[in-house]
Design a binder for this molecule. Sequence first.
Ligand code: HEM
Length: 457
Amino acid sequence: AFLLVRSWGWKKAMEDIPGNLGWPIVGESFSFISEFGSPAGICSFMINRQKRFGKVFKTSVLGRLMVFMTGSNAAKILLTGKDGMVSLNLFYTGQQVLGRSSLLQTNGEAHKRLRRLIGEPLSMDGLRKYFQFINNLAIETLDEWSGRTIFVLDEASTFTLKVIGNMIMSLEPKGEEQEKFRDNFKIISSCFSSLPLNIPGTAFYHGMKARKRMFEMLDSIIEKRRSGEICRQDFLDSLIIKHNKTGGGSDEEKLTDEQLKDNILTLLIAGHDTTTAALTWLIKFLGENPHVLEQLRIEHQQIQEHRKGENLSWADVNNLPYTAKVLSETLRRATILPWYSRKAAQDFEIGGYKIKKGWSVNLDVVSIHHDATVFPEPNKFDPSRFEAPLRPFSFLGFGSGPRMCPGINLAKLEISVFIHHLVCKYRWRCLEKEDDSVQPTLVRMPKNKYPIRVEAL
Ligand code: HEM
């Protein structure tokens, strides 16, 4: 009765917001699910409603009343608004998969504390020790591409999973443990956007089973680390040694086993698909824009000439101005996370619209990244847009504010190293005609997985 009364009250409060709340209870869930599979993927639902109602509209999906809005003012309020005004909004499946202690499900002081603990090993200093592993893995991976036809998306996925598996828990890139880790991770990741039906046969059911297996694997690794049987200087060790509840020191800085495991899974999920998608789009955009590829190649070949055949160094990777612009333009043009979702924790107002506590508010980032007043000819791939400083909140590739991506340095490192070896040693041609269709997933990725034929230069 409470839910019905509340829902009726909200519907009334939403009267001034354009849009359609669909059928009672199910709302517009069926359209949302069916439009997922269209060429524009998850964005299709939003774009179609914007055509009918404008950039601000309401809807109801999977039992949630939602408002979509866009613009730098809305971005500023939603992403950096005063403490406790909004929280991150995950669908039920995401909440169950990541666990209640996940960074994505904590707010306020608890969130700040977790960010601090996680942020340390992901800082530039903390990442330095993984550079050699990433460099060697990029060289090996690309060696295997040469003379073959490959799907970039699949290969990028294997590369980024090996990097993050090694960084977090020193997993070897080959072998039985890597295979098991990969299989479980794939099942968990694909259930993330599935329907919340936990019954045998469904993706969600398989995902939760795979999560259990992944946690058993983590338990056994944590046990070995604690007993001193194995000691590695990786992400897991840094959290176990400094922050585990069984160790000494103040409890303020400690993590329970549940927090440890939920957050390792959170980093895997949040860091894998995003970096895979970014690397794949970047290679695709380079293939479609030969003049950008040429300019990028010059930046990387200059490093090679300068080092006279010696390997890429840590200092080189941190000084790649054109590569940084190419990555930003990739994230703008592809906008791999099309909207950032928040739940109002109190009543507030944006652009004259009254938002009530409990509503979901989605910030449409696609429109922000394609605003022709900031990015003329928005569909053109042009890294020179990032030469001059941009208006605040006009580029949100890694988000902004307290929830800004903590994996930004790792993502940039992986992508820069990989691209260095790719453009210095190889050329490639796409085996299909240009197509911007995307997969039916939350993170936007090319539908055709970008099939290419690779040759040594
Ligand atoms: C190119 C690759 C990546 C992109 C484009 C990306 C993008 C983003 C964006 C836009 C957000 C903020 C979303 C929001 O405000 O709702 C975010 C948050 C997050 N990202 Fe990334 N990310 C990338 C790589 C990574 C990596 C490698 C990791 C981990 C190792 C990671 C971990 C996270 C986590 C844990 C959050 C949540 C932060 C919080 O709630 O405080 N990301 N990412």
